[in-house]
Design a protein around this ligand. Sequence first.
Ligand code: HEM
Length: 143
Amino acid sequence: MQFTITQGLVGTRPPVVKPSPEVLKFLGEEGMRKLVSDHYDLLRQSNIKGLFPPTDEGFALAKQHSADFFIQICGGPDYFNQNRGAPMMAARHQPFRITPEARRIWLESYMMVLKPLDMPDDLKQSFWNYLDIFSIWMMNTQE
Ligand code: HEM
């Protein structure tokens, strides 16, 4: 199990592999929502907290939308499309200043919630590899 952070250039979109559907089968929808919620709670205490909604209501909604997406990308119901429309993730992140350093903090926060998670290593790896590569797509600002 290796939590590698691949060096990626702002503005590039390396080919990405979706996480294994087994991740969602193992965690269940509630487990996935808890994972995403724990990640957001770390982001809220991080140096990039200013990127995220300041109110509790906004923050709860952000958790919901993000979990909807991860459930969908892992082969579950298309909650994200139903609630938010086509993902277009890079475009949705465009209004936010996502630098390589912000990506690193975002990924390290996922690392912190994945490490202690009760899930087989091959599934953690599959989920991590997706986060590692797809997060490169979200970078839109040089340091
Ligand atoms: C694997 C990579 C990523 C995925 C799959 C992802 C997914 C999402 C999703 C689904 C949303 C909600 C969009 C909406 O409903 O309109 C969102 C919003 C957001 N993401 Fe990401 N994201 C990723 C990487 C990042 C990174 C690296 C950052 C910053 C360091 C970031 C910062 C934000 C911010 C600021 C928002 C808006 C507030 C919010 O709804 O949380 N994201 N992201």
